[in-house]
Structures are given as C-alpha cells and as structure tokens.
Design a protein around this ligand. Structure first.
Ligand code: CAA
Length: 381
C-alpha cells in the first residue's frame, strides 16, 4: 500500500494540527475537569468542513477521502480525544450511513445539515442488555398507519444530550431476529423522546454520553433508513467505518502520549543528566514510537482499502484492536516516564490514560474485534 500522502491530504493534516493546538488545547484540561461539552469548538470544526469530511459536496460535505479523515482525526485526538469522538460519531456513524443507505428525502432533510455541521448526530444501537450482543434489541417499533411507534431505552450514547438527530436501531419483527431489526432517523424534539443525565465518566469527559428513552415516539415511515429489516446490516456496515475512526482516535492518543513523554525526557534531569540519556527511558521511547507507527500504518491501511473500494472489515477491526491497545500502553508508559508528575492533572498524560481505555470498549470491544477478525480470516480459507 502506498502511503505517499497527496498535497491535499497533507494540507488537511496541517489544518487539523494547527486548529487543535490553537482552538482545542487551551481549554482541554478545564473542559475535562468540568466535563463540559465543546460546543464552540464543534461549531468551528464544522466551518472547516470536519463534521462531514467524507460526504460528497452534493450533500454539502467536504468530499474528502478516508485517509484525510484519519489524518485529521489523529491530529484532533492527539490534543483532545473528547473532541475526536464527537467528530468521529458524526462522520463515521451518522453521515456515512445516511449518505450510503438513506433515501433522497433523508439526504436532503437530514444529511445536508449534519454534513455542514449545523446539526449534530448520534448513533443509538447499545441498550442496557444489548452491548456486544447487538442483535438482542429490546427497543421496539410497531407500525401504526404511516408511522412507526418507538418504545425502549438506549445506553451509552455519545452526543446523547447534544445531538439534534439520532440514528436509532429497533426491533420491528422479533420473530425474524436480526433480520427483523430496522434503523430510524429520530429528531430530538419529537414527543416521547428524552435523554438521561450525562454519565460521569473516567475519560473523554468533555464528550457527552447518556441514555435515551423512547415512549411512544411516532416516527414517520419515510424516516426508515435503508429498508425495514435491514437495520442490523445498517448498524454493522456503519460500525466498520466507525472502527477506523476510533482506531485513528487511539493513534492520536498514543502519539500525544509519546510526544509528551519524549519532550519531558529531554527536560527532566536525574542522576546528573536528562533522563532521555538513560537507556531505561530510551527503551521505553523506542517501543512507544514503534507501536505508534505500526498502529498508524494499520489504520491508514484500512482507510486506504476503503478509498480503493476494496473490502476493509478485517483491517478496520485489526486497526481498532491494535491501536486501542497501543493507546493504553503508551499512556501508561508516558506516566511512568513522567513519574509523580504524570499522576497529577496539571500534566496532560494522566488524561491520555483515562481517555485511552474507552477505545478498547466502544464501537465493539477488543474481544468483539477478535471475533470479527477471526471470522474474516476463516472465510478466506
Ligand atoms: N460488516 C457488515 N456486516 C456484518 C458485519 C460487519 N462487520 N458483522 C456482521 N454483519 C452482518 C452479517 O453478514 C449478517 O448479515 P446477513 O444476515 O444479511 O447475512 C448479520 O450482520 C448478522 O451477523 P452475525 O450472524 O455474525 O451476527 P452476530 O449476532 O454473531 O453478531 C457481532 C456479530 C460482530 C458480534 C456484532 O453483534 C457486533 O459487532 N457487536 C458489537 C456491537 C458494537 O460494536 N457496539 C458498539 C455500539 S456503538 C458505539 O459504541 C457508538 C458510540 O456512541 C461511540
């Protein structure tokens, strides 16, 4: 695979880097402490076209490729993984699905404002009893004339409080199991829709995560996504894209942790010299750098395959599995290199550790990624 970036891709990467350092970094520690949603930052990201990066210009998106998206996600997440996940959900889990499987009505009415970043999206698949076992949907929708009546509870929804539009997965025919699941587009102001309180999370605290409750929410039939009974396929196909998004977020965290550790090792002195002169620290830095590079290459590979129109399910899962592990490992090592300073909030590395852990959990746990990878491998023989 050729990873010679084009001038356009490098420009996107540079734009994301400058934006992250100028607009995101100054408030990152404070927003994390207060668990404050970065509303102003998201507005500015939208002006850059980063909330609908891969959506075609026909639907008001930036029309960029997946490699550009990955490069931008890495730079943003390197500075603040909370902003990274908000951006990733809107791009990968919401606009991508609507553009590929939404009707023309859905694209005109919902995709366009989401791609412009004027509206924010959320993706509601998980439930109290349906996390990894995603076919076990208890949220139900029943047909009533030209409407579907939605009842149920969703859990752990990123952008849950702040979104305007929600992709909601529900059971429409229990007898058909996963082939009786349907995806709907739901607006936040519809009667019977409520969101829960913001979860008090370990990491990515500036993003908002909450439960959603649907009580007899009437969804017009034109808001069915793809078609009735295709909701599970909709969710799975969308999550494939989500997985290289989260892999990019993890690469950003890992690289951010590595760069902070590298810088600190050149400043901190012990035993009469900078700690970077000690082999114990050099070995850690060497391992971190190698892992970051490998994680980045795996993630770019998944993105490159998608851009080339080739299958990328296995590669997206491999990228997520590996990058999320590397993010946790690099964050831990960065703390070790910082010693006591790594353990306090004034230094950025403790946040990297708290933010990294979720990348091994959401959009398919590491265990689920291994199932997907193994299934794909076995199909090949
Ligand atoms: N891509 C495309 N299609 C897929 C797929 C994939 N990766 N995985 C499964 N499918 C399709 C299958 O082809 C099959 O389709 P057909 O019936 O049309 O042939 C259908 O889905 C059912 O597949 P399985 O029989 O393999 O289903 P399963 O019950 O064994 O589950 C699973 C498969 C991979 C474990 C799946 O349930 C899964 O991915 N679970 C994890 C769910 C997940 O990632 N949740 C994250 C929540 S979203 C989130 O975190 C968002 C956020 O806010 C950040």
């Amino acid at each position: 695979m050729n990873f010679q970036f084009t001038e356009d891709q490098l420009l996107i990467q540079q734009t994301a880097k400058e934006f992250a350092e100028k607009e995101i970094l100054p408030s990152a520690i404070e927003r994390d402490k207060k668990a404050e949603f970065p509303a102003e930052i998201i507005k500015k990201l939208a002006e850059l076209g980063f909330m609908g990066m891969m959506v075609s210009p026909e639907y008001d998106g930036a029309g960029l490729d997946t490699i550009s998206y990955v490069l931008a996600m890495i730079e943003i997440s390197k500075v603040d993984a909370s902003v990274g996940v908000i951006m990733s959900v809107n791009n990968s889990l919401v606009t991508y699905g609507l553009e590929n499987w939404g009707s023309e009505f859905i694209k005109q009415k919902y995709l366009k404002p989401l791609a412009r970043g004027e509206k924010l999206g959320a993706f509601a698949l998980s439930e109290p009893e349906a996390g990894s076992d995603a076919t076990h949907q208890m949220t139900k929708a029943e047909k009533d004339g030209k409407y579907w009546v939605l009842n149920g509870i969703k859990n752990w929804i990123t952008n849950g409080q702040s979104a305007d539009y929600y992709v909601v997965i529900a059971q429409t025919d229990s007898a058909k199991r996963h082939k009786g699941i349907t995806a709907f587009l739901v607006e936040k102001d519809w009667q019977g829709f409520e969101h829960g309180v913001k979860e008090d999370k370990l990491g990515i605290r500036s993003s908002d995560t909450c439960s959603l409750t649907f009580t007899n929410v009437r969804v017009p039939e034109e808001n069915v996504l793809w078609e009735v009974g295709k909701g599970f396929n909709y969710a799975m196909n969308t999550l494939n894209g989500g997985r290289y998004g989260i892999a990019s977020q993890a690469v950003g965290i890992a690289e951010g942790a590595f760069e902070a550790a590298l810088k600190y090792s050149k400043q901190r002195k012990a035993f009469g010299t900078e700690i970077s002169n000690h082999q114990a620290i050099q070995f850690k830095l060497a391992e971190m750098a190698t892992k970051v590079e490998a994680a980045k290459l795996l993630t770019l590979q998944a993105a490159g395959l998608k851009d080339a129109g080739k299958p990328y399910i296995k590669e997206a899962s491999m990228a997520k599995l590996f990058s999320s592990k590397v993010a946790v490992e690099c964050a831990l090592e960065a703390i070790q290199i910082h010693g006591g300073y790594g353990y306090v909030r004034e230094y950025v590395v403790e946040r990297f550790l708290r933010d990294s852990k979720i990348t091994e959990i959401y959009e398919g746990t590491s265990e689920i990624q291994k199932i997907i990878i193994a299934r794909e491998l076995l199909k090949e023989v």
